[in-house]
Design a protein around this ligand. Structure first.
Ligand code: SF4
Length: 300
């Protein structure tokens, strides 16, 4: 099912060291309520029935739940909020979001202990609020919880422990996303971006924790040469075709943009068994680290 990704603004109550939006939070204003309503109506007319509210941090918008209600009234069947989850530490806010029409909750949890998550978010107490938020949503039946963990240099060794925490919190699905080295992650590259070949075995361990618990788990921006034995867990297999609205422009086909402009494949990749289906790593990663970690898998 095609999906509408609405970036509802760049403001955020965290200050993540790996944030892909970087300085946009202080240089770009978010769209108005009217613009967002218009984008939802326009997509709805084209038959799109799935919408994701993303940012920045959507919950810092005072009109977020009104926008969610409007989406429900327009007939959107899947309404996801991608969030750092902190506002959901309030049971009243959680109930209001669900009553407004949220059907999917997508929190970001980047550490198995407060010190790790809070170091990355640069907000003391963020981990406790995010975990409480997940617990509050879990107590409400019928809401699907799809979490995301950005894999960075400070947390990659703990991917299995983060996965165990997510399983214990009762998420329905989780994704481990290799950090996109843009925005703040580009500025903080040496401190934040791990070597992909060092992160790979830990990401596999984390995925295995989820698989053993019977969950649908995925790893994003991990090319197949680093996903041997976990090919079915490559996220890009499952990302639905999406229309993305960002900073007043519509990147109409996110998948095409991601493959043509966002990702990298080199000449050597042409001999790889996975060449046709692999998107490759983020382009910025190869710009900084070179292509030597991406070794073609021989055709059988
Ligand atoms: S060698 Fe290239 S095509 Fe093959 S899996 Fe790695 S990045 Fe993808």
């Amino acid at each position: 099912m095609k999906r509408l990704d609405l970036k509802v603004g760049y403001a955020c109550n965290n200050m993540c060291r790996h944030c892909a939006q970087g300085s946009k939070r202080s240089t770009l204003a978010g769209p108005s309520s009217e613009e967002l309503r218009h984008q939802m109506e326009e997509a709805c007319k084209r038959g799109i029935k799935s919408v994701v509210f993303t940012g920045g941090e959507p919950t810092v918008r005072p009109d977020l739940l009104e926008l969610v209600r409007q989406a429900k009234d327009m007939g959107y069947r899947e309404i996801q909020i991608q969030t750092n989850g902190r506002r959901f530490a309030s049971p009243a806010f959680t109930r209001a979001a669900i009553n407004s029409g949220m059907t999917e909750f997508s929190p970001a949890l980047n550490g198995h202990i407060p010190a790790l998550h809070d170091y990355l978010a640069q907000v003391p107490g963020a981990w406790r609020q995010t975990v409480r938020g997940i617990m509050n949503v879990r107590e409400c039946s019928g809401i699907k919880i799809i979490s995301n963990t950005v894999i960075t240099k400070p947390n990659y060794r703990f991917a299995d422990r983060i996965a165990r925490l997510l399983v214990s919190l009762g998420v329905d699905q989780f994704q481990l996303a290799f950090v996109h080295p843009c925005g703040s992650a580009w500025t903080n590259f040496d401190a934040i971006v791990p070597f992909i070949s060092l992160a790979t075995p830990h990401i596999h361990k984390g995925l295995q924790v989820g698989l053993d618990a019977g969950l649908h788990v995925m790893a994003e921006a991990m090319p197949y040469c680093h996903m041997q034995g976990y090919e079915d867990q490559v996220s890009e297999l499952y990302i639905p075709p999406s229309d993305v609205y960002e900073a007043g422009t519509k990147i109409k086909d996110w998948e095409k943009w991601r493959i043509q402009e966002g990702k990298w494949k080199g000449d050597s990749c042409k001999t790889c068994r996975y060449y046709q289906i692999c998107e490759g790593p983020w382009r910025e990663y190869v710009e900084r680290r070179g292509p030597s970690e991406f070794i073609p898998v021989p055709v059988q």
